[in-house]
Design a protein around this ligand. Structure first.
Ligand SMILES: C[S@@+](CC[C@H](N)C(=O)[O-])C[C@H]1O[C@@H](n2cnc3c(N)ncnc32)[C@H](O)[C@@H]1O
Length: 229
């Protein structure tokens, strides 16, 4: 799914490192699942959580066979945006993300001079992705409240510090402490970030051009970290 901070392009570089550590039947847990662009490439027991309730509603519906509409007018886009409570949550998720510029939540009705149909393209991509969501347990809420099966492999892809402005402010100190606690309690924890506190070790670096919006382009080194126990 097109999504801000998607790991689709770097999955091939970091997934093998994490999967090499995964034991048979071990749960793969993503507390910040976003567009499910990493978890959709993993097999076996999987749990994906995100604080964005409309995103999770869309992922659950897709997993269960929902086919999103292939035509969303500008009028409908703004009608859904102004009264989301009057529409099914999965439709709100679809319109708010997939029919917006850059896949940014209510980032403005997407259109271009060529007359591309963004809804049709989004729907097609999601139906394709849905085949890889079968069996995933999805949860909606803060990562801090997520109940994680014992000895899981946890892949964290939180909102990056000082880059994207997501809906809520994100406390990175609390997050790094949470990673320490999870590791000490027996989980294997990996984190995608640009930088980390000194007691975390970088296990992989990837040069990656991140595009946040049309005005800001930063070539940055994306890193995968683990806690040094
Ligand atoms: C960088 S994105 C994840 C992208 C995902 N890995 C992908 O490839 O599509 C970070 C996600 O964290 C979610 N998020 C932000 N704060 C959160 C919180 N406190 N608890 C759970 N999820 C949160 C955002 O809604 C967003 O979907």
């Amino acid at each position: 799914m097109q999504y801000m901070g998607s790991k689709n392009r770097i999955a091939k570089h970091i997934l093998p490192i994490m999967l090499a550590e995964r034991k048979p039947d071990q749960w793969w847990v993503e507390p910040f699942v976003g567009g499910a662009n990493m978890i959709d490439k993993v097999a076996g027991n999987r749990m994906g959580n995100d604080s964005h309730e409309f995103l999770i509603a869309l992922l659950v519906a897709l997993r269960d066979g929902y086919i999103p509409p292939t035509d969303i007018s500008k009028e409908l886009y703004y009608a859904v945006k102004s009264k989301p409570q009057e529409y099914p949550k999965e439709l709100v998720g679809f319109v708010g993300f997939l029919c917006s510029f850059g896949g940014k939540w209510w980032g403005g009705y997407a259109f271009n001079k060529k007359g591309d149909n963004y809804a049709e393209r989004g729907s097609r991509c999601l139906v394709k992705q849905a085949k890889n969501l079968d069996g995933i347990v999805f949860k909606s809420g803060s990562y801090l409240e997520l109940e994680i099966p014992e000895n899981s492999l946890i892949y964290c892809d939180p909102p990056y510090a000082n880059t994207c402005k997501y809906k809520d402010d994100f406390n990175h100190d609390i997050f790094w402490n949470w990673c320490r606690t999870q590791t000490k309690s027996g989980h294997t924890v990996f984190i995608s970030e640009y930088s980390a506190p000194n007691d975390f070790v970088c296990v992989k670096e990837i040069q990656h051009k991140t595009i946040l919006d049309k005005n800001s382009q930063y070539p940055r080194i994306e890193k995968l970290f683990r806690y040094k126990v």
